[in-house]
Write a protein that binds this ligand. Structure first.
Ligand code: RIB
Ligand code: CA
Length: 309
């Protein structure tokens, strides 16, 4: 099986930065481009963070700026967790990388349409605004991409409200468009990502690795851990990197196809992904939901990532 040609859509914050490290310079992934959306912070900041990570780690792929706010709802960032810059912690050297002139949504549509079908795997680790806009601009891309993996959603509890996970809650209308598009995304939700908790001892172990990626990882995770413990009372989980790891190795998670609906109007439930486990809705499955994960193999992939730079 050929390695996936990956387009990574991010809202670079801390775990997005680790996802970029995992996707780049990886013999199991051909990272073609990175598109950026607002989410963890405003677009100017998520874009700058993405450029900084690529510049500091000599990741020579084009970066495209995308949507600066959700389709309908106001932009609500996660600045408490990711900080004023969106990637507080590491101090980067001067950035020698600029974003491309083309808008991310136009880039996505043109690239997918100009190539034969099933050439590209998309991994989305932020709100789905860019992907939804591309689907609205050219609906046929739903059947032209090889695979779409989404870090988002949950079969049970949320993390930004009791019911909703941050990426879906940030733009539920965009998520609804994506799930209803026929694209059959792989939903990598909190159900699996929450088991990848970065504990103090694991961070201390990974921080002993030498090299530029490990030092950025260590500095950013120190901030991320302190903020998560302060504001959500738990150590951070490796949400976004799991999505990239699963793109590289589909056997990492067991998945099952279900119908997933996105709640867009409930006062208490807006942004919830409603996974129809019993099929009671009689609606055809529209997503592959990740149910279990081989945690040991993930941590080994992360360690190999940090050692690779
Ligand atoms: O809920 C976790 C997700 O929200 C991650 O993608 C994190 O970066 C934030 O965007
Ligand atoms: Ca993210």
């Amino acid at each position: 099986m050929s390695i996936p040609r990956l387009i990574l859509d991010v809202d670079t914050g801390h775990d997005d930065a680790v996802a970029i490290m995992m996707a780049a310079h990886n013999p199991a992934i051909d990272l073609c481009a990175i598109t950026v959306t607002a989410g963890n912070q405003t677009l100017d900041k998520t874009l700058l963070n993405t450029l900084h990570v690529c510049s500091a780690l000599s990741i020579d792929v084009p970066v495209y700026a995308g949507m600066s706010r959700p389709l309908l709802s106001p932009l609500v960032t996660a600045s408490k967790i990711h900080g004023e810059s969106g990637l507080d912690g590491p101090v980067f050297p001067p950035c020698n990388k600029k974003e491309e002139k083309e808008h991310a949504v136009v880039f996505l549509v043109n690239t997918i349409m100009e190539h034969p079908a099933k050439q590209f795997t998309l991994v989305a680790t932020g709100p789905l605004t860019n992907i939804a806009m591309a689907l609205r601009l050219e609906p046929s891309i739903a059947h032209k991409i090889a695979r779409l993996l989404i870090m988002g959603g949950s079969m049970t509890q949320g993390n930004v409200t009791a019911q909703a996970e941050f990426n879906i809650h940030a733009d539920p209308e965009a998520a609804s468009i994506v799930f209803d598009s026929g694209i059959m995304p792989v939903m990598v939700g909190l159900d699996v990502t929450r088991s990848l908790v970065l504990t103090r001892e694991r961070l201390d172990l990974l921080s002993q690795i030498k090299g530029p990626a490990a030092s950025i990882f260590s500095a950013s995770m120190e901030h991320y851990m302190a903020a998560c413990l302060q504001y959500i009372g738990e150590s951070p989980a490796m949400h976004d990197p799991l999505c990239v790891a699963l793109a590289a190795d589909p056997s990492l998670c067991q998945t099952k196809k279900y119908f997933v609906g996105v709640e867009c109007s409930g006062a208490l439930t807006r942004g919830r992904t409603v996974v129809d486990l019993s099929g009671v809705s009689q609606k055809a499955p529209n997503a592959e939901v990740a149910l279990t994960i081989d945690e040991k193999r993930f941590w080994a992939m992360l360690e190999a990532t940090l050692q690779r730079y």
